[in-house]
Design a protein. Structure first.
Length: 400
């Protein structure tokens, strides 16, 4: 255990961290903005949640690099909890560091526990030590890949968060992708007016959009890591098994969604196709949502209708591409563009809906109504519906 702890903290012996060395070799690299939102004043208990491969660990290591400029190396502790088989091992790792902290005379420590949701009932140790006052002069940052597990367990710490914050890390949006590639886009809040101001840079935006279609917003795919899709799928399979779900059934559900997209469908429709109950499909889709893979747009007419068919969409186009290869189903081109619009609106407004009557509106979010007409026949729409096609979808995504 002692050697494993030391390997996780190479700065204690003046060595370079491998994650930072990898980051330094990337062609496209950036310092994540969410680092500025963390509570770093003792006592703080931060929770950082986001999909695997999204850059949570790299972000933490970049923060550690910054902290090393003003802190003793032994005052910074990092551990990847994927290495821990059980709760007892977590306690031993923490006790080992607390011994080091005492010997080195560290008053204020920064403790980073990565992917802690790998350890069942991890919160028992952290909560117990907080109640004992063990961490009262420290900053603890905990990360996880399952929003249900981490967010749900974070609620077990009422009055024990101090200055801590909740952070959700997503793949880069197209606007963020433009920024890390050196193109800053101003958005004042009116998408159509913002799009109009971009036409002078339309050629540049379109070129980067063609790249974004392939890479999405994950760091490895943006930097053309050859195994990025394999790593994404391996992480998904691992999280699926941890949830007690079947990898094969997950694949079949995703394949069914790919085949039917972008049409609204029900859990029952998917279940009948693959031979399981609607309840099973619902549970699996909820698990994919908690892993930041899948989202749904409910029908909204006079109100939100929970029982109607829903539109499923993937939260990143690189993830959708990897899942398409994994499931063996290629979605319609129009579905891919629609997913991109829905995922961007989801992140901005928190929820997305659709409408279907004499005409269809793919995405309703906030006061926006958006229809993606790529691969569809053109019809007349009310004036308050924004129509997106091959000529302007990249401009819309750059300002939303």
């Amino acid at each position: 255990m002692e050697e494993l702890v030391a390997r996780h903290n190479p700065w204690w012996s003046g060595e370079q961290d491998i994650a930072l060395a990898r980051w330094g070799s990337w062609r496209v690299k950036w310092i994540p903005g969410w680092l500025e939102d963390l509570g770093l004043t003792p006592f703080s208990l931060n929770f950082v949640v986001g999909p695997r491969q999204v850059g949570k660990t790299t972000g933490i290591k970049l923060l550690i690099k910054r902290l090393l400029e003003r802190c003793d190396p032994e005052g910074i502790f990092y551990f990847n909890c994927d290495f821990l088989p059980d709760l007892s091992s977590l306690r031993k790792v923490l006790d080992k560091y607390l011994d080091i902290k005492k010997v080195e005379g560290i008053e204020n420590a920064y403790i980073f526990l990565d992917e802690i949701t790998s350890v069942r009932e991890w919160w028992r140790i952290i909560k117990g030590y907080i109640d004992l006052g063990v961490f009262e002069e420290d900053v603890i940052t905990i990360t996880g890949s399952s929003s249900l597990r981490l967010r749900g367990e974070a609620e077990l710490f009422p009055g024990r968060r101090g200055m801590g914050r909740d952070i959700t890390v997503y793949p880069l949006s197209f606007r963020e992708f433009l920024r890390v590639n050196g193109l800053e886009v101003e958005a004042r809040g009116d998408p159509e007016e913002d799009m109009g101001r971009l036409y002078k840079r339309e050629y540049e935006v379109r070129g980067l959009f063609e790249i974004y279609l392939e890479t999405g917003g994950f760091p490895l795919s943006i930097n053309r890591e050859p195994t990025a899709d394999e790593q994404f799928i391996a992480a998904l399979e691992s999280e699926t098994l941890k949830a007690g779900h079947s990898v094969q059934l997950t694949k079949e559900i995703i394949a069914s969604i790919m085949r039917k997209a972008p049409s609204p469908i029900s859990f029952s429709t998917i279940g009948r196709e693959i031979g399981v109950s609607y309840k099973t499909v619902q549970q699996y889709c909820e698990a994919l949502k908690n892993l930041f893979v899948l989202e749904t747009a409910l029908y909204r007419g006079d109100g939100i209708e929970w029982r109607k068919e829903r539109k499923f969409f993937f939260l990143d186009n690189f993830a959708a591409k990897a899942l398409s290869l994994w499931s063996g189903e290629k979605p319609l081109e129009g579905a891919v563009y629609e997913w991109m619009v829905q995922s961007h609106l989801q992140r901005r407004f928190g929820s997305v809906y659709y409408f279907r009557d004499r005409y269809e509106i793919d995405s309703i979010a906030g006061d926006l109504k958006v229809e993606v007409k790529i691969g569809k026949p053109h019809r007349r729409y009310p004036r308050d519906v924004l129509i997106l096609d091959e000529e302007n979808i990249h401009l819309f995504l750059s300002v939303i």
